[in-house]
Unconditional design. Structure first.
Lengths: 427, 765
């Protein structure tokens, strides 16, 4: 059974992505007690699924390695994975949180040796790869997953596979009798860092995401480009595995759109510029990339990166929000629309279309277990009515990683202000 | 510290170690060659029972130094955590078993690899000491915030609200800084209410700037001491014991002791006299976005009048990106990030107060996020005209202004008349001189170079902090004069420990972001002061109590350490010996790597903890056909890549590592001492592979310059090899990323192939 030792000087951080992880670490390194609750079986959230970061084109796992080490070494942090906050009651400085922990069926004896995965036969869509590949019913979500413990998919419990996994484990790490557990503990302040999720691309009907295999989202493309991902880093067409050299990026797919998300998702322009480099790196002169955009929002210093990508002759820019995508008889997506610079109609055939998909809050507006001020898009606003509950990162707005981390660091201070006042701290 | 060293080894036999390796032989090696007092084995060392066994031995005084032969140091970190003991870990599982095929013919070389890792871990731990703070650390919870603008005020107020006293220093005679003249600010929030019948019903409107209210709260806060008309004329010390001279215009100076510093020096408005094409300076009716705020403030809700003749403005044009996003001389190459929403706000003044036509000429309208996009809608709802166009010239004719521009939608050159033109100009960082430009003057070897270096500083701005650091007076700059460091994962990974930049001196930003940034920087300053009080390092080696120790008698005053430290932690004393400031130190070991006479060390990381590992490898003779390859791998990127290669191999993807490799993780390639390289070559290593991280403008080294410094030093290894009459291919330096799971082992295997080609090292000992 998991136990949590907490007081009303404890800070609860909800969400273990880059924002929650940052908030937890920064508060803990300032000497505060933190309980970090994460829904997935591992920490790191969506940045773990990115191949590279803009604008440095460096690898998210590099910074993650440091953050994981900081979190693991810090005795002030208690991490609960596969856990969700179901209730928060009380007031600023004196909350009671209830958390439901789902069974992992693997205890901390696990050495991540992989014997259970080898023994199990059942396979499921791999959510880490947005379903672009399959994984076993006993799995390590990805290589750097922390905690570095395997997970048993609940769908194999009660099947012979579960017994095979248990039999294969030499260190008695598999506990098929694990039950969901509800935990309640006090805390003084709450940092809400539940982040974002990609907008459902199938709802953008004219783009045919659900009809054409060669229309994919930017988050899927990120997995595709990763050499350690489901396509071993080859930029290809999902329909037939052929090289995808002629690639369209459609900006504001779901964003800045009255039919979908009203807001600008901020990151998509930069993400598409970054992803354009994946194509040009892979195919050099043979690459042929078009970015369809309304405004290219390479804000502040990111302009340098825009200039860098603009210098790649294989990448063109068309100011247009495409009207529709159809597939020709060979399954090639054809993008239709009007170029607003000069009002020319176009119908351009591509190997692959990548939708720069919008970010929406991961928690729906009515999904919070506590009253909280959100705007019409469901992002949490900084408001005195929120008491000792503070948003961090993507739960507060569509943010890039840098701004999410910046915001989360500030959220740590706001939570510390509350718990210090509980303590009556006089300096 | 316990006076008597008790060396104890623990070898795990789980995860296949017991099945594939001769554990008894490793135990013997650990006690005989490794000189451990005892070496126990356990079938599952990381389990509760195994860990308890080690804990009991430590508690009983049976083990002060612990050698663990099990998995990678990155695995089971939580289980193998013994703060009271020195610890080394022999990586038998990932480092040996998983990267080696389980075949009969490979058994011998695989076992030799494991044996060597035991020898190395024993040697390492013998030379380690449990770090303890020096006792010189001080706890000072007072912060210094430099800059009286919105950024600085927010940092001060938020730190004070957490209980920390603050000295707030403003250059002006009032609080507010560059934000003082704001009439209204761009709203911080998005619309709250849902769309009703496809109509936005509560779009955010320009709001009170809040600057006066903020200043009032500062004045009312008893934890905050405000110093007006003041500059910092000297800063010395280190986190926990900074001392700052605050000098006022009237000539008085007070010295305050503070624990940490926030630099919130904001920005300077761009000098629009660089924009003659837009008639700035020729017509008083061409104003910048900053000047327009003053006009709006004077109008105080009534119609805004144009400066030339006081006429109410009936039409106004906003030229976006004026002097920005441009590579012309005198222009800013970057986007200032705040001017699009700023112009929308100002255009709305004219719609509301004058009923005037307001046109925004833009290339890309950049209003990100929910609040940004809603404010754009707000401008549209107020019937501001947004026109995608690029202005080329403004001409003043008979009291009207004509703006010539290219309409990018219609693709034609056109012009519009208006009463007033507002240039959306950018933010120029208000920062001090580049410290590395200052250092370059001193470091220049010839008079010519010195002159060139001096010229670079000719138009340098005055210092903000006046640090008395060996490495210059101010925070290092990243690009375009902004003071920053790493800007993705760690926006507050400062290069001057204990000093955190916030707001537009760090990167261009709007008020909302500057205020958020100030809160983050305040937290980091508080954290730095608290950790300095414990003698503990901050990011990335958080909590490390070791610090550089220095044997003065051996020092030749060569200054390499004081020049190369990426964090400017080392000053020089009057006799030009290095003066370490431990709480400025981030424990990367670059100074240790830089020192040619090996007098710098850390208790838990030293010339010996690595050098003895190198020496203790069993060296087969020249005719054995068993070369030895030393791989020094950055512990943050290359070493994890090798671990993950092992994971991949274990799950069957065919990666192998040559059994001749001996891999040692290093804190940073910058910490690598050339003596390790020459010693290795002298004792018979056939090849050496050094793996650090990327070091160009997009550097990934979290010790900032460590990898670059190492590359520079190692470029001279070729001379050593030539002197020894060895082939230069025997030493290879690579940039390796954490994702190089295939490549990292391949680079080492390539060295094995190179050795096959060039032959064994004749200097076998």
């Amino acid at each position: 059974m998991t136990e949590v030792v907490a007081t009303n000087e404890t800070i609860l951080v909800v969400g273990g992505g880059i924002s929650g992880l940052t908030a937890a670490i920064e508060a803990a390194e300032t000497g505060k007690q933190v309980v970090l609750v994460e829904k997935r079986p591992y920490l790191g959230g969506r940045v773990t699924q990115l191949y590279k970061y803009f604008p440095k084109l460096c690898f998210p796992t590099c910074g993650l390695e440091i953050n994981q080490r900081r979190a693991r070494q810090n005795p002030n942090i208690t991490v609960l994975t596969l856990a969700e906050v179901t209730d928060i009651s009380g007031d600023k400085g004196n909350y009671k949180a209830t958390v439901r922990i789902s069974p992992r069926y693997v205890n901390d004896n696990c050495t991540a040796c992989g014997d259970c995965a080898k023994a199990v036969e059942a396979e499921f869509d791999d959510e880490y790869n947005y379903g672009l590949s399959r994984r076993k019913g006993a799995y390590l979500p990805y290589r750097m997953a922390q905690p570095s413990r395997y997970v048993l998919d609940p769908r194999i419990i009660g099947t012979p596979d579960a017994d095979k996994a248990k039999a294969a484990c030499k260190v008695d790490a598999i506990d098929l009798d694990m039950q969901p557990q509800d935990l309640s503990f006090p805390c003084g302040a709450v940092i809400w860092a539940t982040g974002w999720q990609p907008y459902d691309a199938a709802r953008i009907q004219p783009y045919g995401y659900d009809r054409f295999p060669n229309v994919i989202t930017s988050v899927e493309f990120e997995r595709m480009a990763d050499p350690n991902g489901p396509y071993a880093g080859r930029i290809v067409r999902p329909s037939d595995g052929r090289e995808a050299k002629k690639v369209a990026f459609i900006q504001c797919a779901g964003s800045r759109d009255r039919n979908h998300l009203l807001h600008c998702s901020r990151i998509c322009c930069m993400a598409s510029l970054k992803q354009a480099t994946y194509v040009s790196d892979a195919y050099k002169d043979a690459a042929d990339v078009t970015v369809y955009y309304i405004d290219l929002r390479a804000i502040d210093r990111f302009e340098d990166f825009y200039n860098k990508v603009r210098a790649i002759p294989q990448v063109k820019y068309v100011k247009s929000k495409p009207a529709s995508i159809v597939a020709d008889k060979d399954g090639n997506p054809v993008v239709h629309g009007v170029d607003t610079e000069g009002y020319n109609r176009y119908a351009e055939r591509f190997d692959l279309v990548v939708l720069a998909i919008g970010m929406e809050p991961a928690v729906p507006k009515d999904g919070f277990p506590v009253p909280i001020v959100v705007n019409r898009e469901g992002f949490i606003e900084a408001a005195p009515e929120n008491g000792g509950i503070f948003a961090a990162g993507g739960a507060s707005d569509a943010l890039d990683v840098n701004r999410a981390v910046q915001h989360a660091t500030g959220a740590a201070l706001r939570a510390i202000q509350v718990v210090n006042s509980v303590r009556g701290m006089e300096v | 510290m316990a006076a008597e060293k008790k060396l104890a080894g623990y070898i795990c036999t789980g995860c296949g170690i017991g099945e594939r390796l001769n554990v008894e032989q490793m135990r013997t090696i650990a006690t005989r060659e490794g000189k451990l007092g005892a070496c126990k084995t356990h079938p599952m060392l990381c389990g509760a029972e195994g860990v308890q066994m080690i804990r009991d031995d430590i508690a009983a005084g049976e083990a002060t130094h612990v050698m663990i032969g099990a998995c990678s140091r990155r695995s089971k970190m939580e289980a193998f955590s013994f703060p009271d003991a020195a610890m080394s870990r022999a990586n038998l599982r990932e480092g040996v078993l998983w990267l080696r095929p389980d075949t009969e013919e490979q058994k011998e070389t695989t076992q030799e690899m494991a044996d060597d890792y035991i020898r190395m871990a024993c040697a390492e731990v013998r030379f380690m000491t449990v770090p303890s703070a020096s006792g010189e650390q001080e706890l000072n919870k007072t912060l210094l915030v430099v800059g009286g603008g919105v950024t600085g005020m927010t940092a001060a107020l938020e730190a004070a609200r957490a209980g920390y006293p603050v000295h707030l220093v403003a250059e002006e005679n009032h609080l507010g800084g560059v934000w003082t003249d704001l009439y209204k600010r761009v709203p911080f929030r998005a619309a709250a209410a849902d769309v009703v019948g496809s109509k936005d019903i509560d779009l955010p409107q320009p709001e009170d700037p809040g600057v006066d209210a903020l200043a009032e709260r500062i004045r009312a806060n008893e934890r905050i001491t405000v110093h007006l008309n003041a500059r910092i004329t000297r800063t010395s010390g280190a986190p926990g014991r900074f001392s700052a001279d605050i000098s006022t215009e009237s000539g008085g100076t007070v010295t305050e002791n503070v624990g940490a510093i926030v630099q919130a020096s904001d920005f300077k408005p761009y000098d629009a006299s660089n924009l003659p094409e837009f008639a700035y300076g020729k017509s008083p009716d061409v104003v910048t976005n900053f000047e327009l705020e003053r006009l709006a403030k004077d109008a105080n809700g009534g119609p805004i009048r144009r400066p030339s003749d006081g006429k109410e403005v009936t039409s106004v044009a906003f030229i976006q990106c004026a002097g920005q996003r441009s590579d012309k001389p005198g222009h800013l190459p970057y986007c200032s990030g705040f001017c699009c929403t700023e112009s929308i706000k100002q255009a709305m003044y004219f719609r509301e107060q004058n009923g005037a036509d307001a046109t925004v000429l833009f290339d890309d309208l950049r209003t990100p996020g929910a609040a940004g996009e809603d404010f754009y809608r707000s401008g549209q709802q107020a019937q501001v005209t947004f026109s995608k166009g690029k202005a080329s010239e403004v001409v003043s004719e008979n009291g009207t202004l004509k703006v010539h521009f290219k309409d990018l939608i219609l693709n034609e050159d056109t012009a519009m008349d208006c009463d007033l033109v507002v240039l959306a100009t950018g933010q120029v960082p208000n920062t001090g001189p580049d410290p590395y430009a200052q250092l370059a003057v001193e470091e220049a070897e010839t008079e010519e170079e010195k002159d060139a270096a001096r010229r670079k500083l000719e138009n340098a701005p005055p210092s903000i902090l006046n640090l008395d650091y060996r490495q210059g007076t101010d925070l290092p700059q990243l690009k375009h004069g902004f003071v920053d460091s790493h800007f993705i994962c760690f926006p507050y990974e400062t290069r001057r420990t204990g000093i955190y930049a916030a707001g537009p001196c760090r990167r261009p930003m709007d008020m909302k972001q500057a205020m958020e940034d100030a809160v983050g920087a305040a937290l980091k300053a508080i954290q730095s002061a608290e950790n300095a009080g414990r003698g503990a390092a901050v990011h990335p080696r958080v909590g490390d109590l070791s610090y550089p120790q220095f044997r003065k008698e051996g020092c030749t005053q060569c200054k390499r350490c004081t020049v190369e430290c990426p964090f400017g932690a080392i000053n020089e004393d009057e006799q030009r010996y290095p003066l370490f400031n431990e709480s400025r130190c981030r424990r990367c070991g670059t100074c240790m790597g830089a020192c040619p006479v090996r007098v710098i060390s850390f208790e838990n990381y030293s010339i010996d903890t690595v050098g003895q590992q190198i020496k203790n490898v069993d060296m087969p003779d020249e005719f054995s056909e068993k070369p030895r390859i030393l791989a020094l791998a950055c512990e943050n990127d290359a070493y994890p890549a090798l671990d993950m290669a092992a994971q991949a191999a274990q799950m069957g993807d065919g990666i192998e590592l040559t059994p001749f490799a001996r891999v040692i993780p290093v804190r940073c390639l910058g910490s690598v001492s050339l003596s390790w390289i020459t010693d290795a070559l002298n004792t018979g290593y056939d090849g050496i592979v050094l793996m650090g991280c990327r070091r160009d403008d997009d550097y990934q080294c979290h010790f900032v310059r460590g990898s670059a410094m190492a590359a520079e030093r190692l470029s001279k290894v070729g001379d050593t090899l030539q002197q020894m009459q060895l082939e230069t291919e025997r030493v290879a330096v690579y940039e390796v990323a954490i994702t190089d799971i295939q490549r990292a082992p391949q680079l080492i295997n390539d060295m094995a192939a190179t050795i096959e080609k060039v032959g064994m090292n004749p200097f076998k000992m």
